[in-house]
Design a protein around this ligand. Sequence first.
Ligand SMILES: O[C@H]1[C@H](O)[C@@H](O)[C@H](O)[C@@H](O)[C@H]1O
Length: 648
Amino acid sequence: MSRKASANVEYTLRSLSNLMGEKRRRQQEGGGGGAGPGAAGERSLIAAAESCSSLASAASGGELERAARRQFQQDETPAFVYVVSVFSALGGFLFGYDTGVVSGALLLLKRELNLDALWQELLVSSTVGAAALSALAGGALNGLCGRRPCILLASCLFTAGAALLAAARDKETLLGGRVVVGLGIGVASMTVPVYIAEVAPPHLRGRLVTINTLFITGGQFFASVIDGLFSYLAKDGWRYMLGLSAFPAALQFLGFLFLPESPRWLIQKGQTQRARRILSQMRGNQAIDEEYDSIKNNIEEEEKEVGAAGPVICRMLTYPPTRRALIVGCGLQMFQQLSGINTVMYYSATILQMSGVEDDRLAIWLAALTAFINFLFTLVGVWLVERMGRRKLTLGSLAGTGVALIILALGFLLSAQVSPRVTLTPPDPSHHNSTCTKYSYCNGCMLDPDCGLCYKLNKSSVVESSCIPVDKDSTVKAAWGRCSNETVFKKEDLFWAYNFCPTPYSWTALMGLILYLVFFAPGMGPMPWTVNSEIYPLWARSTGNACSSGVNWLFNVLVSLTFLHTAEFLTYYGAFFLYAGFAGLGLVFIYGCLPETKGKKLEEIESLFESRLCTCGTAESDEGRYIEYIRVKGSNYHLSDNDASDVE
Ligand SMILES: O[C@H]1[C@H](O)[C@@H](O)[C@H](O)[C@@H](O)[C@H]1O
């Protein structure tokens, strides 16, 4: 008999005997009346007894299992789990908002505070750098203090950072604020998925953790709308943009004052009575005994197997299943960033401009549309994750992302091939021979961050074009010459193209951009976070997530910082072909190494990494089989619990 088949029989027999045993026990206790230990338990008992007879009469194993599942699905997941998940996911919202809002704020800031390119770069990358560091440090903090204090700490950092940014009088304070916000993002990004995974029931875990990424992309979308709205406010608009995040952060802080610690962390720390009570709250009328026992046994076994001596990361690296899980988790996060999501998001305004959108403000709003597509298709991911499973969803998503990247690259390639010629070389009035004059095609001019193209249109072809240095303070005009005064050159039907070339093939790039988000957002966006929250055993979960989140942030900085240089060396299409190549490598890696974790208890997932890495993907999966508890007890919470080591 195959492993799967035997597991199913064992499962259904266990479920059935649990139901029978429970019914017998209740009958012996003179049950059947309504005054039992809890009305919920009583209802479950009646339902269990009813389904028990239907189970007993079920002829085949399949029917038996279906009946068991129907019974299980009648047990509703309490709203409390959703409330807890949504309050935690506010951390994701703030992650998305604070990383997304800065581009719009910079447009205003650089004018008001006279920021040069270095300071602009610092304000963007200091946050991501701080997030990388605090995600790594968050592992130890999570293990020591628990998930709840870490989420509280993150919301404090978000609030303090936002207040600092809104009140800043100089660029140094702004830098301080961005670092504080970054520290919050790092801690939140590694703690929230772990916390949600630990409180969620197995059949909803993927969906609830994916909601966190939905909140990330929701935060990015919201940030782009706020950027659009406040861009009309010439003075202090950036204060509102950067300061508004204090509200959701304070809301999360207040909420978490009343929300509980993760029951798994409590069991690990020996606070079993509190853990039982919280688990009971999270499961409503479902029995928690098996889940509780399984968590507890698992912790004890882990301690025996791996020991408790030495730093966790060393134990993880020397114990093959956790080492493999770490490679899979970090690999997923690395390939998420290497497939270029943040350059696509960052570059969306330019791609849209290439498609003929000349107005800056319209480009901002269209960038909000891009963020909206990312958000909308993450929602599709929330819907698909428990249907398709993590593995298929990630593979399909990355394959589509790769194809979209190729289309995007082809769009740029075609545009480069029909790149307009530079026909005029006006003399530089300051007699500084700029490099811009050496370009004979728009394509070269566009790739040089110091130059832009000033041109006229005759029907749809570019005429009277010149490559001129860009104004140091604003990329919307040239430093000198015909395109140096925005109002004048617009009246004279002249156009200024910075960062893009007018081309008839821009629709290919636009199509690539949309396809990219449609494929990336449901799978490669959320799955690295979701899978990482599930694949490590409890003793290694904080450290595993700290490492993989650190890798995510590290590659985020690396890819965004090198994008312009990569484009200069390889051209834009070369850069997107490169990302498509990374997506191809990622596909091979995921195909070989990512096991299916759908529906499994967190405690069972470690066994998926027992065989050699790169056989995980081919290992027989138990897809479609939920681990569900259908034994029904009168009350989940026993005051007489001998385990109680934390009597309150
Ligand atoms: O999962 C998220 C999401 O896809 C975001 O859109 C992206 O900006 C982040 O870097 C990523 O980690």
